[in-house]
Design a protein around this ligand. Sequence first.
Ligand code: FES
Ligand SMILES: [Fe+2]
Length: 342
Amino acid sequence: MSHDQQDAVARRLEQGLKDRWYALCPSSFIREKPVSLDRLGTNLAVWRGTDGKVHALEDRCPHRGAKLSQGTILNDTLKCPYHGVEVRCDGVATSVPASPGCKLEGSRSTFNYHVMEAADTLFVYNASKPVDAPPPFHLPPELGDDTRFSRFLCYVEWKCDYRYVLDNVLDPMHGTFLHKQSHSMFQGGTQMKFGIEATETGFLFAKEGQRDVNFDWSEFADTGGQWVKLEIPYPKTGGPGGGFIIIGMVTPISPQLCGVYFWRVRKVAPGWERDTWRFLYRDRLEARHWHVLEQDRVLLEDLAPDASEHEHLYDHDMGVVRLRRVMRNMAQEQVDAEKAAG
Ligand code: FES
Ligand SMILES: [Fe+2]
């Protein structure tokens, strides 16, 4: 592989894979004004049309580059503040008021991105080239099935490479050490054997012979977008329902900043049981969860940017190794395919 290709693969990994869905921001970020967001190596203008649907365009006017996000919303279209060019959500410049009929008018001159909204979150399809209809993103049931699951979105921005956050989830063993003092991860062995099992959509990395005791397994899946999952048992004081499930997604904002989405989910029937959990969560559990999450944040933000070049990995790190290999292979395939296509 040439140096150029190696660089291209590294850049692809750093900025995020193409042709995948990523979490863009919490739904609440996008209200009545357009917003400019750096994500995935690009800058997006994101807005909510008067009909409530959210759209995203590259945040650059096709005329002379003003930020479309500084413009005004005309439902599915943004009007640039500089000279009034109107760009529709499919990237077509629909009106050039100062020069009607010019070449720009009617041209698809702005990169457009597809957005979907679910689980209190906006997701963006990181297309390698504009598409009319993106492939579906099959959300895990924990995010889509409200009859069985209840959830809270926890969104944070951490000053580290987004891959550190994924590595951290594929490393269940850190629960027993870093989070030893927490309410849910004080039990279980400190020297465990792990196994990896392929699933239809990714892989499961799990301790052998220990379940429902600590942070005992995590899963990586790609269902049109990539997410991770883990489950930690609740102590009795956690009220009715199943274990504490976390579905996670991470999106690069810049090389040293990422948006982290942890949906904290519980399998709990609607009615008093669900109401009890939601009350307990707000009243007591959320503060404890935040305390644990802070331990992760402090650790990951202080990892050197080149930490992975100086590692000495051992058996517990097989999940991390597998994850990195999966991601690298995907990035490599994408770069190869683009090169072949010229
Ligand atoms: S730069 Fe947008 S209309 Fe001129
Ligand atoms: Fe952790």
